[in-house]
Write a protein that binds this ligand. Sequence first.
Ligand code: BG6
Ligand code: BG6
Ligand code: GLC
Ligand code: GLC
Length: 918
Amino acid sequence: MFAVHLMAFYFTKLKEDQIKKVDRFLYHMRLSDETLLDIMARFQAEMQKGLGKDTNPTASVKMLPTFVRAIPDGSENGEFLSLDLGGSKFRVLKVQVSEEGKRNVQMESQFYPTPNEIIRGNGTELFEYVADCLADFMKTKELMQKKLPLGLTFSFPCKQTKLEEGVLLSWTKKFKARGVQGTDVVSSLTNAMRKHKQDLDVDILALVNDTVGTMMTCAYDDPYCEVGVIIGTGTNACYMEDMSNIELVEGDEGRMCINTEWGAFGDDGALEDIRTEFDQELDLGSLNPGKQLFEKMISGLYLGELVRLILLKMAKAGLLFGGEKSSALHIKGKIETRHVAAMEKYKEGLANTREILTDLGLEPSEADCIAVQHVCTIVSFRSANLCAAALAAILTRLRENKKLVRLRTTVGMDGTLYKIHPQYPKRLHKVVRKLVPNCDVRFLLSESGSTKGAAMVTAVASRVQAQRKQIDKVLALFQLTREQLVGIRDKMRVEFEYGLKRDTHPLATVKMLPTYVCGMPDGTEKGKFLALDLGGTNFRVLLVKIRSGRRSVRMYNKIFTIPLEIMQGTGEELFDHIVQCIADFLDYMGLKGAQLPLGFTFSFPCRQASIDKGTLIEWTKGFKATDCEGEDVVDMLREAIKRRNEFDLDIVAVVNDTVGTMMTCGYEDRNCEVGLIAGTGSNMCYMEEMRNIELVEGDEGKMCINTEWGGFGDNGCLDDIRTQYDKEVDEGSLNPGKQRYEKMTSGMYLGEIVRQILIDLTKQGLLFRGQISERLRTRGIFETKFLSQIESDRLALLQVRKILQQLGLDSTCEDSIVVKEVCGAVSRRAAELYGAGLAAIVEKRREDQGFEHLKITVGVDGTLYKLHPHFSRILQETVKELAPRCDVTFMLSEDGSGKGAALITAVAKRLQQARREN
Ligand code: BG6
Ligand code: BG6
Ligand code: GLC
Ligand code: GLC
C-alpha cells in the first residue's frame, strides 16, 4: 500500500516537474484571458476594416461576400452534383434534397486522391484532373447524359461578384497550382469539363467556401445556425452579416454570408506580439511564407509541425530525451496533427506518446513522455484559444447587429482537428462561453461535411436560374430581330401609300391627314400671337411675339391643368374650361380685351379642309369628352368664346403638335421636314409632294401630312409582335382596338405595359414575393418620368428601390433589378418601333425625290424623348440601321409646338391679308 502511494507521489511530482519545465519553456504560448480579450477586440476591428469599401483593399482579413443570402428554409429540392476540393480529402458527390417534401437528404460520394504533382503543378491540369474525377464518378453512378446542376465547394479565398463565379485570391494550405491565382475557378473548371462534352452536361451554379457549406449544412437542421467554422487542414469562419454593413455589395436589405478568411489575420503584423520563434520558423518553411499567419498558429496542417519544432529545440537545449535528437525529428512534417491528437488522448495518451516518439527513433523516458504530452496540450490549447477569441468577436458582432442583450445562436463546426482531437471541442466551447458570457451558443458538428450545405445553395441557385429563365422568356417577347424591324418599316411604308391614295384612304389605319401647311416660315413673319397647346402632358396658353428678320421669338406661357372629369366630361365643359384658362392668361398678362390672332395646337387627329378648320376624327390618349368627335374644334372653341362673351379672338390655324414641332424646328433649320412626337402619344408629320396627296387638289409644291401613325396596326398587321401585355393595356384603355402602334410606343402606355408584365411576373411568383399589392393594381402608376428615372444608369440599385417604394411597391433589391430590366425591354422595343417608322418615312422621302442620299432634319418633342435616358439613342441607332442611305439629324424642339403654331398663324395671317388686299 505504501509502495503504491509512493509511486503515485513520485509520479505526481514527476508530472508537476515536467509540466513546470514545459510551461516555463513555452511561457509565450500560454495566453491569458486578458490577452484573449485583446485579440478578440483586434479581430473585431479587422472585420470592420474588411467590410469597409475604402479600408478593404489594405485589410488582411478579407471579409469576402459570398452571395449566399439566406439559410435553407426547407423548400429546397432536386438532385445535385457536388465537388468538395481543398480540405484533407477531395470528394465527388451526388446529393438528393428533400424528396417528397420532407427534410431529407441522400448522398452518394466517392473520394479521389490529390497527389502533390496535381495540386502543386499546372492549374489547367488540376482542373482537368477534377473534371476527369467528375466524369469517372458520373460513369460509376450511371449519371451520364443527365443534366445536373453542380455546387463546387472550394476551400480557398475567392473574390465573388456572384454566386457562380470566384476569382482565387491566393492559394492556402497545401495547394499551389500555377496560373490559377487571379482567375475565375468556375470558368476554369467549366472549360476543363468541355473535354468530356459527350458525357458531362453539367452547369456550375454555385461556388461555396467550406465554411459556408458547413454553416448551410448545419442550418438545414438548426435554423439558428448563422456561423460556420472550420478547424481542419486550414481554419476559417463565415457568418451572416447585415447587408447594410457590407459596403462592397449593393443593396441594404437582408443579410449575406461573409467568408471572413480569418486565417490571414495577423498578415499585416497585427499579431507579432503573440507569435513565437516557432511560428516564425514554421512560416518560413511553408508554401506561403508571410501568409495565413493566424491559420498557422491554429490549424491541422501546422499543429504537428509546431510540436516538432518545439521538441527539436527542447532536445537541443537538453531539456528532452537526454539531449538526444533522432534524425526523424529533423524531418519536416514528421509529426502530424493526428499524432498530437493521439498523444493527448485522456487514457491512452501517454502510451501513444511513447509509441509515437519511439517510432521517431527516440528512446523517451517517462518524464519525456509527460513533457511531450504537455507540449502538445499547450500548442493545441493555444489553437483553441485563438479560435475562440476570433469566434467570440464574430458572435459579439452578430449580437450587436441584432441589438440584443443576449444572443442565442448556433455555430456549425467541421474540420479534422475539431473532429479527431479529444479535448479540442470542449476547450474551445468553454473559452468561447467565457469570452462572450451574453451569448448562448450551441456548437453543432456538421455530420455530412460542407456538401449538404453546398447542395442547399445550389438548390436555391437552381431555383433562381429557373426563375430567371421564366423572366427571360417574358422579356424575349419584347426583343425584335432586325428582320422583324425591317418588316415593320416596310409595312409602315405600305400604310403611308394607302393613306395618301383616294381609293384606299377611307380604310387606311394610318390616315395621312393633309394639314394645309404648305411652307416653312421664311423669317418675314412678325407680330403678337396667342397659342393654345392642348393634348400633351400639359395644357398651355402662350403669348408669342415674333420679330421679323431676326428669327427671334419671345414667349410667355402659363400651364393649366385639365381635370380628368373635364377631359372625359362633355365637349361644352371642355371648351368652356379652355376659354376660362385663356381669360385667366390674358388677365395675368394684362391683355384683357386684346384681339389677337390665335393658333390652336390640338394634338388629336383632325380632318382639315383648310388651315382653320379641323374636324376631330376621334379622341386618342386620355381624352374622351362627349359631342366632339365629328365636330369642328375651331367652331367649338369659337362658340365657347362667344358663350363667355368677354373677349374676341381670331382663330387663324388649328395645328397638330407634330406640325407645330416641325415648324418650331424648321424656323431654325430649313432642312427640317419631319416632326416627331414621342410623348404621351406617338405621331409623326412630314412634308409631302402635293402630287402624291390625292385628297387635295393641285400638284405643285408640298404640304405637311399629319400621318397619325399611332393607328398603325389597327388592321391587325402588328399582331405577330403584340404581346398579351399589349392586349391587356389596349383592353383597359379609353379606345380599345385603336392606336395599337401608339400603345406600344408612347409614354402614356409604356408604364402600363410594364405594370401588366409586373402583375404577371408576380402571379408567377417571380416578383414581390408573389404578392400583388393594391398599388400594382392601380392604373397609370408608372408615368413616363418614373420609367425614365428607373432606367437611369446613374442610379444605384438602392435608388431604384426607393423610387419603387415611393410608388408604393415594396420591392427587394432583386425585385428592383427585374423591374429595371422590364422597363428596359419595354422602352427599347418602343424606341426600335419608332426607329422603324421613322426609317420608313425618310426612305420614302429619299426615293420620292430620287436621291441616292438624303440629308434631312427631324424636329422632335415629347417627354419620352426628352426624359428617357436611352430612348433617343436607340431610336437614332435604329433609324441609321434601317435607313442607311439617309443622314438624319435630330433636332430637339426646345420651345414646344406653341412657337410653331404661332409661326403657322403668322404665315396664315399674312396670306389672309394678301388675299384680302387682292
Ligand atoms: C469537410 C468538408 O467536412 O471539412 C470540407 O466537407 C472541408 O469541404 C473540411 O474543407 C475541412 O476539414 P479538413 O480537415 O478536411 O480540412
Ligand atoms: C410639347 C408640345 O412640348 O410636347 C406639345 O408643346 C406636345 O404640343 C408635347 O403635345 C408632346 O409631349 P408630351 O409628352 O407632353 O405628350
Ligand atoms: C483556408 C482557406 C479557407 C478555408 C479554410 C478551411 O484558410 O483559405 O478558404 O475555408 O482553409 O478549409
Ligand atoms: C396622338 C394624337 C396625335 C398626336 C400624338 C402626340 O397620337 O392622335 O394627333 O400628335 O398623340 O401628341
